[in-house]
Design a protein around this ligand. Structure first.
Ligand code: KIV
Length: 261
């Protein structure tokens, strides 16, 4: 049995100056690939809404969706810390709602939950219930309507707001904080000021770790993003495999006697 990474273990990585690699996964095969490749944190993100369901934002994602995908990802996740996202509307209403939603995700096998914004009271209460919380500041996609789009946050004077949010999340008891679409210099400053690990996405190399969406890195997403790198073109590879299959079926080349009984 492999030793599972825990929330406190990420602090040890930061303290030793070792980088933390995080990746999203929403199902068993993807979680297994990430886990076996040495990813430290597998996030069942609410990005599942855009990536798997084709929604234009993460706002329609429900707690039931995250529960289902967390249970599936857990099957493939032996070593990495499995973090489940609290979707929009599952924690903002009240502290008790936040704790109840978090308990549901932990019961599905998550080792921690993540929420967006400096919801200090909610974070404190969830932590008090024995559940590790990952914060998320900067560009928080659930607030896309307030931001007026997926824009870099913290440029110029507004950098102080992002820093204040990250500090509030830390003081409330979060074990780590995601910095999304934040200028690299600001993210490095926040990383130096915070005791807990910072996990960047579009926040430069100065963060303690990085998080990315699986489909963006694997070249499955149709869009390319500045904050991501397409390490392989798995989408193109799959498309050519499917086209070959269609051709073989139409021409009668598949199945052969080897595929028959
Ligand atoms: O939902 C998600 O995938 C996320 C990460 C991109 C940080 O929140």
């Amino acid at each position: 049995m492999t030793d599972r990474i825990t929330a406190p273990r990420l602090q040890v990585l930061k303290d030793k100056g070792q980088k933390i690699a995080c990746l999203t996964a929403y199902d068993e095969p993807t979680a297994r690939l990430a886990d076996r490749a040495g990813v430290d944190v597998v996030l069942v993100g609410d990005s599942v809404g855009s990536v798997m369901y084709g929604y234009s934002t993460t706002i329609p994602v429900e707690l039931d969706d995250i529960e289902r995908h967390t249970a599936a990802a857990l099957v493939g996740c032996e070593r990495a810390l499995l973090v489940a996202d609290l979707p929009f509307g599952s924690y903002q209403v009240s502290v008790s709602q936040a704790v109840e939603s978090s308990i549901r995700l932990i019961k599905c096998g998550a080792g921690a939950v993540k929420l967006e914004g400096a919801y200090s009271e909610q974070i404190e209460a969830i932590v008090r219930a024995g559940i590790p919380v990952m914060g998320h500041v900067g560009m928080t996609p659930q607030s896309v309507n307030s931001f007026g789009g997926h824009r870099v946050q913290g440029r110029g004077d507004s950098g102080a707001l992002v820093l204040a949010g990250a500090l509030a999340v830390q003081e409330a008891g979060a074990f780590a904080v995601v910095l999304e679409l934040v200028p690299a210099e600001l993210a490095a400053r926040i990383t130096a000021e915070l005791r807990i690990p910072t996990i960047g996405i579009g926040a430069g190399v100065g963060c303690d770790g990085q998080i990315q969406v699986f489909h963006d890195l694997m070249g499955i997403s149709t869009q390319s993003f500045k904050h991501a790198k397409r390490y392989v073109e798995a989408g193109a590879l799959m498309a050519s495999g499917i086209a070959q299959y269609v051709e073989d079926v139409k021409s009668g080349e598949f199945p052969t006697s080897e595929n028959s009984f």
